[in-house]
Design a binder for this molecule. Structure first.
Ligand code: ADP
Length: 282
């Protein structure tokens, strides 16, 4: 059984007003337990709207969302539980840190779920370790952390709730290249160790190509593809038509192919590209 299923989802903002806007139309897909799915698409393609629907922050105008086989809006009073199970890290989550210590900020979610002090403590320490926050930072004011540390503290606050699905909306936005690489490898470790489902929204093809098992491509409120990275990047032309930049190495392979060289265009890393070229003469 899939962990999340979207069935013919339509989401209209401001229905019946002059600002009416259909953000998503007839979107259906299934995500299997333990998958790491990347969501990619141009600004305004509906990515943020989609992930907010998946954790019950928005209600579909039409269609259904199933979490572990259950329609999440069947009992609207229980939607809070869905928000605990589908943990959401918003864009620039560090702006939501508000407690007087980093520890209290990370503990906020598990406490809210009704966990005991002892259980909360375990979750806080486990989550801090996952995101690479040192113990001694836990007693500090969130305000005193660096930008990257604040980001990690905010992500730890969601991981501490031990969600079935972790959604991260542009988690590396605004970080320097080192901070970006470190955070991405921590997300990868979290996914591999916990075997939890992760949904990563990003406009960076490189980030997504490195991490995702499958990629969901959105365009103008529609699902265009949900497939393995190799299959998605093999459709480089189609992606470019939607204004999506394919990884540079994939672009090079597309150009070589256009020149008549028999290379595979679905390569994702420089190493794979290198092997394709080396093996061409054999
Ligand atoms: P993305 O995350 O891919 O940039 P969004 O889900 O934010 O896309 O937006 C999809 C569409 O819905 C866009 O056209 C956007 O302008 C519109 N939209 C998003 N949020 C709102 C809102 N609260 N009210 C009205 N329109 C919105």
């Amino acid at each position: 059984m899939s962990v999340l299923k979207a069935e013919n989802i339509r989401l209209v903002y401001g229905a019946g007003t002059s600002f009416e806007k259909t953000a998503l139309d007839d979107v259906s897909f299934e995500i299997e337990k333990g998958e790491l799915v990347g969501v990619i698409g141009h600004t305004g393609s509906g990515k943020s709207t989609l992930v907010q629907l998946l954790n019950g922050l928005l209600k579909p105008t039409e269609g259904k969302i199933y979490l572990n086989g259950k329609d999440i809006w069947k009992e609207p009073k229980k939607i809070r539980e869905v928000r605990f199970k589908v943990g959401m890290v918003f864009q620039y989550p560090e702006y939501q840190l508000f407690e007087e210590t980093v520890y209290k900020d990370i503990a906020f979610g598990p406490k809210n779920m009704g966990l005991s002090e002892e259980e909360t403590d375990k979750k806080v320490r486990m989550a801090a370790e996952f995101v690479g926050l040192k113990e001694e930072l836990l007693d500090k004011l969130p305000f005193d952390l660096s930008g990257g540390e604040k980001r990690r503290a905010a992500i730890a606050g969601v991981i501490a709730m031990d969600p079935d699905v972790l959604i991260l909306d542009e988690p590396t936005a605004g970080l320097d290249p080192l901070g970006r690489d470190a955070l991405l490898s921590q997300i990868k470790d979290y996914h591999e160790v916990r075997k939890n489902t992760v949904i990563l929204v990003s406009h960076s093809m490189e980030d997504i190509a490195r991490l995702a098992d499958r990629i969901l491509v959105m365009n103008k409120g529609h699902k265009v593809m949900l497939d393995t990275s190799e299959n998605v990047f093999a459709q480089g032309k189609k992606l470019e038509e939607m204004g999506l930049r394919v990884p540079q190495i994939t672009k090079i392979m597309m150009l070589l192919r256009e020149k008549g060289l028999p290379v595979n265009t679905s390569v994702l890393t420089v190493e794979q590209g290198f092997n394709e070229i080396i093996n061409m003469n054999r």
